[in-house]
Design a protein around this ligand. Structure first.
Ligand code: GLC
Length: 521
């Protein structure tokens, strides 16, 4: 840890997202597990990251790859046990790293005992732990809300004659955050993990906490396009980012604040204003509401420069920024922006002001892979055949070596294997993406200007973005060439590091095609 102030390790640190199903299998099931994460910690140590966020590892029927939970305090047997979790937590802490888990508060599995009770009868004490409504006046669903994976967000329950809300799959009923007992139950689960040594949570799908109590209809979006996903055909005015949801976030923060140095990262897709609200007016919400702009934006220097300025200006006083290039839900950066741009994008992510989150495999330049129809796993893909929707192509297992199963599994992998060079091969290749990431992480760790420095735009045009980071008398300049032509260096300075491994750093006046440079004045 390099924090100037150790209670705020999350400002200096780099977060790495592990997708447990695809990291390392040690049991031959073709699905990764907790012992596998432990076995591969040397990879994370060599990379130099500070915190590991693990996507859900709780008991789950796996209808949505673990984001459908049946026990908020347990471990899914496929992944291991509380004992293997304790061994993993100990090993992570022994390396001086932090451990973050995924908290999924907006919905449970329909197989969770809470929901089984809730749907058992209208007068069950847990009825109100989920969102139940009578049919609308026409006998249909109570509102026009659409689930994120398509179809109506309301499911009719014949036995009790009401609809329940699910903003994702029908198997993911929405928890009712207006019920104090439900809130207390989730907070207890948080405390259980804090007591087990977890350093924080990435909190899932928070935009959907406490949707409009009256269940008002969402208005249509006139310029909706299919790729935006089914739920975005409506303006989610009443189903997402509701006032009561922000109150819940503040309450969660109080639970975390009862423990030292815990951190909450929030997943909310929304406008910049909506995302900023999750910091809380008194910075009493999430420490870091994810900033997904780099995932959603085109690779365009002026557009990005403008966004960085807008984002910096929109931050509430004292709020700490953060940046994300990819995750288990979105196309890989090397596919979105292309393999050349991905090298500059790595430099961008690791030199901007704010905590970076790395998505597993981006450090290997992993790309979206084609997944044949018979291997599709993601319900979003399975339920929308032939549409190209779905997230399996970005969840491909890590290619550790060139042996059978790419070192990921001795069994049949749950998704096809990757086409990119292995971690083992890349570690030996100075021109590889892995070596580039290691250098960039190292530079960030060694330069307070990159970790803590101010940000100032130096230049942006159709090809180039350049900015300065300054802290305590140290200034570093970053110049990124987004084009595949040579361009004049947009700022002065002595080159310190290039994304092009074999680059001669003497007498540099031009940026090479797709090159990123770090310079000292
Ligand atoms: C979040 C997760 C995604 C999941 C959804 C429902 O967006 O990142 O993977 O499907 O929530 O839990």
């Amino acid at each position: 840890m390099h924090a100037d102030d150790t209670t705020e390790w999350w400002k200096d640190g780099i977060v790495y997202q592990v997708y447990p199903r695809s990291f390392q299998d040690t049991t031959g099931t073709g699905i990764g597990d907790l012992d596998g994460i432990r076995a591969r910690l040397p990879h994370l140590v060599a990379l130099g990251v500070d915190a590991v966020w693990i996507s859900p590892i709780y008991p789950s029927p796996m209808k949505d790859a673990g984001y459908d939970i049946t026990d908020y305090r347990g471990i899914e047997p496929l992944f291991g046990s509380l004992e293997s979790f304790a061994r993993l937590a100990e090993a992570i802490h022994a390396q001086g790293m932090k451990l973050l888990l995924d908290l999924v508060p907006s919905h449970s599995s329909d197989q969770h005992p809470w929901f089984l009770e809730s749907r058992a009868s209208r007068d069950n004490p847990r009825r109100d732990w989920y969102v139940w409504r009578d049919a609308g006046p026409d006998g249909g669903p109570p509102s026009n809300w659409i689930a994120e994976f398509g179809g109506a967000a309301w499911e009719w329950d014949d036995a009790t004659g009401q609809y329940y809300l699910h903003l994702y799959l029908t198997e993911q009923p929405a928890l009712n955050w207006r019920n104090p007992e439900l809130r207390a139950a989730i907070y207890d689960a948080m405390r259980t993990w804090f007591d087990r040594g977890v350093d924080g949570f990435r909190v899932d799908a928070v935009e959907h906490l406490a949707p409009d109590a009256q269940g008002r209809d969402n208005p249509p979006v006139p310029d909706w396009r299919f790729e935006m996903g089914p739920a975005r055909s409506l303006d989610r005015r009443y189903s997402a980012h509701q006032p009561d949801g922000f109150d819940v976030v503040r309450e969660m923060r109080r639970v975390a604040d009862a423990y030292p140095e815990r951190v909450l990262l929030g997943e909310a897709y929304g406008t910049l204003d909506e995302v900023m609200r999750y910091y809380g007016e008194a910075l009493d919400g999430f420490h870091l509401p994810f900033n997904f702009h780099l995932i959603e934006a085109p690779w365009d220097p002026v557009g990005l420069a403008d966004f960085i300025d807008t984002y910096e200006a929109a931050l509430p006083p004292g709020a700490w920024p953060n940046w994300v290039l990819g995750n288990h839900d979105r196309d890989r950066v090397a596919t979105r922006w292309g393999p050349q741009a991905a090298r500059c994008a790595a430099m961008l992510l690791l030199t901007l002001r704010g905590t970076p989150t790395l998505w597993q495999g981006d450090e290997l330049g992993m790309v979206n892979e084609t997944v044949p129809p018979e291997m599709l796993q993601d319900p979003w893909a399975v339920n929308n055949p032939g549409t190209g929707l779905g997230r399996d192509p970005v969840r491909i297992p890590m290619p550790w070596d060139d042996g059978p199963g790419r070192g990921f599994t001795t069994g049949t992998p749950w998704l096809p294997l990757s086409s990119v060079a292995s971690a083992e091969a890349q570690a030996e290749d100075p021109g590889s993406m892995l070596v580039l990431y290691r250098h960039l992480v190292h530079l960030r760790r060694n330069h307070a200007a990159l970790r803590r420095g101010s940000y100032a735009r130096l230049h942006a045009d159709a090809s180039v973005l350049a900015y300065a980071r300054e802290h305590d008398g140290e200034t570093l300049r970053v110049a990124l060439n987004f084009s595949d032509r040579e361009v004049p260096l947009p700022c002065e300075g002595t080159p310190l590091f290039s994304t092009i491994a074999a680059r001669d750093l003497k007498d540099v006046t031009q940026l090479l095609p797709n090159e990123g440079l770090i310079l000292t004045p």
